[in-house]
Design a protein around this ligand. Structure first.
Ligand code: UDX
Length: 463
């Protein structure tokens, strides 16, 4: 078993550290944030991730993992130091490598024995050559340092599972010593390992993420065409999925991909290509389609409603996908400002993301509109003139067509995740718009009192 230090305790670093401890390595996680370190020492996770806290507690009690701000003590005698700090997108789309540079400098000043530095963060191809050079330039002690690339493929919401049971581990090394050490570190995971050179490993990460982004944008593009020609994107996807060359995953059309990886990594790779005098047309198309797709529902609803001014607008789901409290690049962040600008009176529900959203759009008046965060879906739907579904949380999927009909003043639903059956919604009396599918045919337009629910669609709440 090895002595491992992990720099950065975000999604990538913390999950990697905890999983290394889980398979028996001795791990120290380093972060500059003291409050965060104290939180983790008390067994609490700074991020919402299924199964993570349990493993943090278990391995902390077993003495296999510790957390510190003291990087010197963590790095000085480590066999390997994994870097999992962020590489945020810069205004020009390129990756900001300043956090990596800071950690590299600290490593150079701290290590007292031969050590392998492993970059897990997503970095432009060729960066690890520079990191190795940089560390060697600043080395204080006479020790050997090499850098390996070990990109991370975990998805938020299933990060622990994706790490412990990864479909593959990619290691990029430039020497036998580094390759063997990486193989040995990963040996207790019993996973398929793909060993390549460093630049290929760096490229595998971008190529994989961008391929998935392309797949989603392609389906969204086809979905938009389906609407125009009267086809159904879900049936089309099902028909396609039987072809093993296509596969059945990532064929869901919707309101575009969000999150920390796809938006950033598509722009970064496009940028890398540009810097090398090459235009990556496919990836550029994926980015463009995604940008348009994010406000597709709003555009549809705008055509249907003319104005949102004073209307009660129910919003179900704020995060970029279920199972996380992360809002990065979420479609809600594009749509809600548009609705607020139009004077909408929004009632938003999200089981874990509302608190983060309220940091950006505090409860109450925001410009011409208002936003209220509610703890249950019924409160959002009660008396609403229109409902938007942005995230396919389990509790949102569980809402029945009858509930929409009964609770909403106007049962008018715009679903960006295609989670309900079109015909069922129509039969229940709900006017239902989704992505790449026909609209519902509303059979019953009256409420329990026998008056039409659709006449009141433009009537603001409380008037
Ligand atoms: C992704 C990759 O899956 C992971 O391998 C990589 O390491 C990081 O980026 P993540 O961003 O956590 O993980 O979420 P993922 O489940 O891949 O979804 C990303 C976005 O694509 C979400 O907004 C999701 O709603 C959207 N998506 C996904 C679709 O719109 N359609 C699909 O079929 C699949």
């Amino acid at each position: 078993m090895f002595k491992i230090a992990v720099a950065g305790t975000g999604y990538v670093g913390l999950v990697a550290g905890v999983c290394f401890a889980e398979v028996g390595h001795q791990v120290t996680c380093v972060d500059i944030d003291e409050e965060k370190v104290d939180l983790m020492k008390s067994g609490n996770s700074p991020i919402y991730e299924e199964g993570l806290e349990e493993l943090m507690k278990k391995n902390y009690v077993a003495g296999r993992i510790d957390y510190t701000t003291d990087y010197k003590s963590a790095y000085k005698d480590a066999d390997a130091i994994f870097i999992g700090v962020g590489t945020p997108e810069q205004p020009d789309g390129s990756a900001n490598l300043s956090y990596i540079a800071t950690v590299a400098r600290q490593i150079a000043e701290s290590i007292e024995k031969d050590c392998l530095v492993v970059v897990k963060s997503t970095v432009p191809v060729g960066t690890n050559d520079k990191v190795e050079q940089f560390i060697n330039d600043f080395l204080v002690n006479d020790v050997k340092v090499e850098v390996a690339s070990n990109p991370e493929f975990l998805a938020q919401g299933s990060a622990v599972h994706d790490t412990l049971y990864a479909e593959r581990v990619i290691i990029g090394t430039e020497s036998k010593w580094a390759e063997e050490l990486m193989m040995n570190i990963y040996e207790p995971f019993h996973l398929p390992v793909v060993s390549v050179n460093r630049r290929s490993a760096e490229m595998i990460k971008y190529a994989s993420n961008d391929f998935l982004a392309l797949k989603i944008s392609y389906m969204n593009d086809i979905a938009n065409l389906c609407e125009l020609v009267g086809a159904d994107i879900q049936d089309v996807a099902r028909g396609m999925s039987f072809d093993e060359r296509i596969g059945s995953k990532f064929l869901n059309a919707g309101i575009g991909y969000g999150g920390s990886c796809f938006p950033k990594d598509t722009k970064a790779l496009e940028n890398i290509a540009r810097q090398n005098g090459y235009e990556l047309k496919t990836v550029k198309a994926a980015i463009d389609v995604n940008q348009e797709q994010k406000t597709m529902l709003y555009k549809k609803a705008s055509k249907r409603l003319i104005t949102f001014n004073g209307l009660k607008v129910a919003v179900l789901g704020l995060t970029f996908k279920p199972g996380t409290d992360d809002l990065r690049e979420a479609a809600s962040l594009e749509n809600i400002p548009l609705l607020l600008e139009q004077g909408a009176n929004i009632y938003a529900f999200d089981p874990v993301g509302a608190e983060n959203f309220a940091k950006v759009y505090p409860e109450g008046h925001n410009g011409k509109g208002r936003i209220t965060y509610v703890a249950n879906i019924e409160e959002a739907l009660e008396g609403a003139n229109v409902c938007f579904v942005f995230t396919e949380w389990g509790e949102v999927k569980a809402v029945t067509p009858e509930s929409y009909k009964k609770l909403m003043r106007t049962p008018l639903v715009f679903d960006g995740r295609n989670i309900y059956e079109v015909d069922e919604m129509g039969r229940a009396g709900v006017e239902y718009h989704s992505i790449g599918r026909k609209e519902s045919k509303v059979i019953n337009k009256t409420n329990a009192k026998g008056t039409s629910q659709f006449d009141t669609r433009l009537q603001p709440v409380g008037q």
